[in-house]
Design a protein around this ligand. Structure first.
Ligand code: ATP
Ligand code: MG
Length: 302
């Protein structure tokens, strides 16, 4: 079964997400009969969280609906930001309650009423909850506690490698961990077969693309779009620099030192180059700046 994800006017092929889409589709079916649940879709930047969510849209029954709100990477957080996005798609009571965000009881009641429907089932997607403001996290905790009695699926997407030990999202994840009606859907990097398929008719060096992208779908599609050649596409440069800019100074220094090595890095070389050795690297990993490959090995490309 192949799925597609709408990217503006272009329909993109989504590969190797059958299991996740199957779980989500089944969750929507159960919600239709009044048994709601939470789905956690997570993984590193570019792994395909938004694509999975978009592909789910086509599987929501015609009498149901999908609502999507976004948390943003802002210096000053937008209170209840993702719920503000629902204005125009959700009912008036919720829209007004969000605008008057000070009355929490009113907001929570409006949220619950919105998901009770009709229309049903509702798939409520809150994207990028690693950037959620506190008021949004409170509202989500309220919903999670009651979700099994609502005809709704609450889908939360997040970058798990940006959720350090003290991140506020942990309280919500801990709450969800204790529930039976929670689907955890970590997304995997793409295989060689998928890279070959995305290359289409063009002759592509699959091994090389996998080596430089580790199978991250965003990197794979950008490298393929750039012809699979030796230059790093501008889009990838921007994405990597955006992440490096978020690091603290000492971690950034580590990354800059390692980046001058022109090829793959083995762990022994990292240990020799990074002042302070493994603890500094560990701290960098916890801050999400050093991607751990799926097989747990420590070699990486600079
Ligand atoms: N399963 C897939 N098969 C093929 N291509 C994919 C797949 N998943 C994602 N892609 C490609 O990777 C790009 C990035 O995916 P997407 O925006 O969904 O990532 P994301 O996890 O939401 O990233 P972010 O954390 O930055 O929001 C897509 O535009 C698409 O081209
Ligand atoms: Mg996304």
């Amino acid at each position: 079964m192949s799925a597609t994800c709408q990217d503006g006017a272009v329909a993109r092929l989504i590969l190797e997400r059958d299991r996740e889409l199957g779980v989500l589709t089944e969750a929507v079916r159960a919600a239709q009969h009044g048994a709601g649940c939470v789905a956690l879709v997570f993984g590193e930047a570019g792994i395909g969280k938004s694509c999975v969510v978009e592909a789910l849209r086509a599987r929501v029954p015609a009498r149901g609906r999908m609502l999507v709100g976004y948390c943003d990477d802002l210096a000053t957080k937008r209170a209840l930001g993702p719920f503000r996005d629902l204005a125009g798609s959700a009912g008036t009571a919720l829209t007004l309650a969000v605008q008057d965000g000070g009355d929490r009881d009113r907001l929570f009641a409006a949220l619950r009423a919105e998901l009770e429907g009709p229309p049903t089932p509702t798939v409520l997607v809150i994207e990028d909850v690693h950037w959620a403001d506190d008021a949004t996290l409170d509202a989500l905790r309220f919903l999670i506690r009651r979700i099994t009695r609502l005809p709704a699926v609450l889908v939360l997407t997040y970058r798990d490698d940006e959720v350090g030990n003290t991140h506020p999202l942990h309280q919500l994840l801990g709450q969800a961990a204790g529930m039976a009606a929670v689907h955890r859907l970590p997304l995997r990097r793409l295989s060689a077969d998928a890279v070959r398929q995305l290359g289409g008719e063009r002759p592509v060096d699959v091994a090389r693309i996998l080596a430089v992208t580790s199978g991250n779908p965003f990197f794979v599609t950008e490298v393929l779009a750039a012809g699979g050649g030796d230059t790093v596409p501008h889009t990838i440069v921007q994405a990597v620099l955006a992440r490096v800019r978020h690091l603290d100074e000492s971690t950034r220094e580590v990354v800059e030192q390692l980046a001058v090595v022109p090829s793959a890095l083995d762990r022994w070389l990292v240990d020799a180059l990074v002042p302070g050795g493994p603890p500094a690297l560990l701290a960098a990993e916890q801050r999400g700046c050093w991607p751990s490959p799926p097989n747990g090995s420590r070699s990486a490309t600079s």
